[in-house]
Design a protein around this ligand. Structure first.
Ligand code: UD1
Ligand code: MG
Length: 422
């Protein structure tokens, strides 16, 4: 059955104290909303992002994704009101609708796939994702009678007895749209907003669905529904994401010398026997080969592709570059917008000057196989150093250098004997 996603992202996010909408705050350079869109990618045919607060910026961001539409909710009068905004767009639709929040970036594709499978196997009309927390404070509680789901009670509306319930609403739902669609006119009628927050609650849908086949799927790893409401949460979520990424990498044969002191984005793949030394920061999308040594204190900024047996050492920053096998950049370098061959040695302090501050353009540096760059050289892009050429230390290279040549711009060394009077 066809599945469409509805991602709730209209809330204010007041506690972020920011000019940026909450869902556009980033982890490893990726907006929270981008994380959620990627988690549903491949599972749904289309996504609707419900935007309200700073909707223009949200719309600008989603424009970069295929099959994602932004739907405006104004004013923001609750989660049921938010979902109801897609009703006119899904009038004739008869598939499934997956509802999730734009501020829970840790939900995984695998879990959502399992959730959908659970729904289908149970022949469910409505499935809600639940989670069991030792301390459930803040979440809506799942109220069951004879084990059957009866309703969800928000913390603010819960009795002391209900507050003791440890099974909570994770905020992710799957609807058989034809059966559930009629709920929205009911849930957004005035009479239902008689709760503590004076909002139309999506959670009231459980009670509405009395008589339909309603089920709960229990989440295995509670971390996945960690929601972001503040800068502190943002930092915590990034830590969790990093830990899960490093665990996966270590399982796949990568040595992480100190997992508490390394950051690797989830979009980075790393080959076996590569060692990542402490204080290394790897963000964006990167591919690192086998048997490499990265760090300590290395910074990969995304769009980096590294072959096998490559060394990227202390204080080396690499951005949007391809570095082939058996190449070393051991110390104090910036390599940006570059294509580096194999067997290349990049001396300490080498800089690719890729940015022209006058024309405000970036250009490419190409180093062919077996090129050796002497320490403290500046390669002013666009520039190509052909195969096997050597650059003398301290040179500023402003034009292409032919194969096997030596190029250097150093002034002649002058030695004045007995200069220092004794
Ligand atoms: C909601 C659930 C709660 C659940 C929790 C899980 C309701 C009433 N409660 O509570 O049972 O345990 O999620 O995290 O649904 N939003 C809109 N428009 C609105 C209001 C909210 O788009 O008018 C968006 C928010 O931006 C956010 C999401 O919906 O992404 C959830 O809203 P929020 O107010 O944070 O709900 P919770 O109080 O967390
Ligand atoms: Mg709320």
């Amino acid at each position: 059955m066809d599945i469409k996603a509805v991602i709730l992202a209209a809330g204010r996010g007041t506690r972020m104290k920011s000019q940026t909408p909450k869902v556009l705050h980033e982890i490893f350079g990726k907006p929270l909303l981008g994380c959620v869109l990627e988690s549903v990618s491949g599972l749904v045919s289309e996504s609707f992002v419900i935007a309200g607060h700073q909707a223009g910026l949200v719309e600008e961001f989603t424009a970069g994704y295929d099959g994602v539409k932004t739907v405006i909710q104004s004013p923001q009068s609750g989660t049921a009101d938010a979902v109801s905004k897609v009703c006119p767009l899904l009038d004739d639709y008869n598939g499934l609708v997956l509802v999730l929040c734009g501020d829970t970036p840790l939900i995984t594709h695998e879990t959502l796939a399992e959730f959908i499978e659970f729904h289908n196997k149970a022949n469910s009309d409505l499935t809600v994702m639940s989670a069991v927390f030792e301390n459930p404070a803040g979440y809506g509680r799942i109220v069951r009678e004879n084990n059957q789901l009866k309703r969800i009670v928000e913390e603010k509306d819960a009795s002391a007895q209900q507050k003791a319930i440890k099974e909570v609403n994770a905020g992710i739902y799957l609807f058989d749209w034809v059966k559930i669609k009629p709920a929205f006119s009911h849930l957004t009628a005035n009479i239902t907003a008689d709760n503590a927050q004076k909002e139309y609650y999506l959670t009231d849908i459980i009670e509405w669905a009395d008589g339909l086949n309603v089920n709960a799927y229990t989440l295995k790893n509670n971390e996945e529904i960690f929601g972001i409401n503040s800068r502190a949460h943002l930092a915590q979520a990034a830590k969790i994401m990093n830990r899960l990424t490093l665990e996966k990498l270590m399982d796949n044969g990568v040595t992480i010398v100190d997992p508490d002191a390394v950051w690797v984005s989830p979009d980075t793949s790393i080959g076996e026997d590569t060692v990542i030394y402490p204080s290394t920061y790897i963000e964006g999308k990167n591919k690192i080969g086998k048997n490499c040594k990265i760090g300590p204190f290395a910074h990969l900024r995304g769009g980096v592709e590294i072959g096998d047996n490559v060394k990227i050492g202390n204080f080396v920053e690499v951005k949007k570059s391809k570095i082939n096998s058996n190449t070393n950049a051991g110390h104090l370098s910036y390599i940006g917008d570059s294509e580096v061959g194999s067997g290349v040695n990049i001396g300490a302090g080498t800089i690719t000057a890729n940015y022209n501050a006058v024309t405000k353009t970036k250009s490419k540096t190409v180093l062919k196989n077996n090129v050796k760059i002497g320490s403290n050289s500046v390669l002013v892009a666009p520039v190509e150093i052909e195969e096997g050429a050597n650059i003398g230390a301290g040179s500023v290279i402003t034009k292409n250098i032919p194969a096997h040549a030596l190029a250097l711009t150093r002034s002649t060394l002058k030695v004045v004997e007995n200069w220092v009077k004794s």
